[in-house]
Design a protein. Structure first.
Length: 418
């Protein structure tokens, strides 16, 4: 409550009323946040779709006309819900729709209708994935493959010789290997649960009004992964029984890595500032208020070398091979920033501030520790080298995990885990 400002006295939010609900600014924010989070996972050049006004467009799939599904699990009552189909029909004349198949069904009765409509179109946009009917609180999935017969329908659509765009919805990850390897699937876009303005955000991205710059917020594991890890073993580090969990520790080859995302343009990245070569741990800790205090800031220059105006999200990771006890994580995200509206040929700078805790590691007690050693900073999923530094001195705990008080009187029997 203290962090939320309940004890700060009068604040600007105390005067909010119903007239502040669903304002034009709030509606624009719903649109912008949805569009900004869309990630482009595959593009053979079809996107953005050009001259759409003169083309017949087929929307296929249960997510094409989705409304309430776009809100995900947690939401308030939306003033409106705009589906991708509605957004397309509001912008273009020749838009047709076919359900094709539901999210998780073996029913094939609607497949032929979808294929027929798609065959008469110039562009096919398949909207599918997963939704809250198979992923929700207390309703876990047993598979990370595309459910039902969606992949069968996509495969059939891909044989029609038309540009085929697949838009993937849902919060959890599913294995996109079949789509990435199919040369007739022109494009793959991840949209998540895009909310009340999600339909317009998706359509505007596909047709070039908004350039995608979002990053995949999950590691996309191969379908076999769920049989390689046990629900009874929550350890993230790899072992003889597990390939590890999360981008930090997974030892297998992901289908797509955490943070992946393409653009409608190209960028070149360079450093616009430098870091010190060495930092004394004792001095860093003495100058810091807590683990959130800034360690240092690296400025990078982002140049748009392509032809399309676009945002760019810079992701910076740290890795080490001698900082603390082994095993070492593959890498850890230490900072990110979004450079907005970079025109063709333009360069913009972004500051990547690193918190002290972001370069620390957790010890066996769960405490955050700064370890002496050599560290490397890389940018993006392709790991472009940006800087290196060394931490010197003695290891130092900068944040302790709260522990159970030894004199606490429990009202139920406790079985502490070692």
């Amino acid at each position: 409550m203290e962090l939320l400002g309940y004890f700060d006295g009068q604040s600007q939010y105390d005067s909010l009323g119903w007239h502040d609900v669903s304002t034009s600014d709030a509606q624009q924010l719903a649109y912008t946040s949805a569009a900004a989070g869309i990630s482009l996972l595959k593009n053979n050049g079809t996107l953005p779709i050009q001259d759409a006004g003169s083309k017949k467009i087929a929307f296929v799939g249960s997510w094409a006309n989705a409304t309430t599904q776009m809100q995900g699990i947690y939401q308030g009552r939306a003033p409106y819900l705009k589906s991708p189909l509605e957004a397309a029909q509001a912008n273009f004349n020749a838009v047709n729709y076919a359900l094709g198949t539901k999210i998780n069904t073996a029913d094939t009765s609607s497949l032929s209708d979808a294929i027929n409509i798609a065959s008469k179109s110039d562009i096919i946009i398949f909207c599918g994935g997963i939704d809250t009917s198979i992923e929700a609180e207390g309703f876990d999935r047993s598979s990370i493959t595309w459910p039902g017969n969606q992949l069968d329908l996509i495969s059939s659509l891909s044989k029609l010789g038309k540009p085929l765009v697949v838009v993937q919805f849902g919060g959890g990850q599913i294995d996109d290997s079949a789509l990435l390897s199919n040369p007739n699937v022109s494009n793959l876009v991840w949209a998540g649960y895009p909310g009340q303005n999600g339909g317009y955000a998706v359509v505007d991205t596909l047709f070039g009004k908004f350039s995608p710059a979002g990053r995949l917020p999950v590691t996309q594991y191969p379908a076999i992964y769920n049989s390689q890890v046990s629900i009874f073993d929550p350890n993230v580090r790899p072992s003889s029984k597990s390939p590890g969990r999360t981008y930090k520790w997974y030892t297998g080859k992901p289908v797509l890595p955490f943070g992946y995302g393409l653009h409608y343009t190209n960028f070149s990245i360079s450093t616009a500032s430098t870091l010190k070569s060495t930092y004394d741990i004792a001095s860093l800790v003495a100058a810091a208020k807590n683990d959130a205090s800034t360690f240092d800031t690296l400025t990078v220059a982002v140049k748009n070398t392509g032809k399309v105006t676009s945002d760019y999200v810079a992701l910076m990771f740290v890795s080490t091979k001698d900082g603390g006890p082994s095993p070492y994580p593959n890498k850890s995200l230490v900072s990110y920033a979004r450079a907005k509206i970079i025109a063709a040929g333009q360069t913009k700078s972004v500051d990547l501030a690193m918190g002290l805790g972001s370069i620390a590691r957790a010890n066996s007690d769960g405490d955050l520790v700064l370890y002496p050693g050599h560290y490397n900073l890389t940018l993006d999923t392709f790991r472009q080298p940006m800087a290196s530094f060394e931490l010197t001195g003695q290891a130092k705990v900068i944040d302790e995990l709260p522990r159970r008080a030894s004199n606490y009187s429990y009202t139920v029997t406790m079985h502490p885990q070692s």
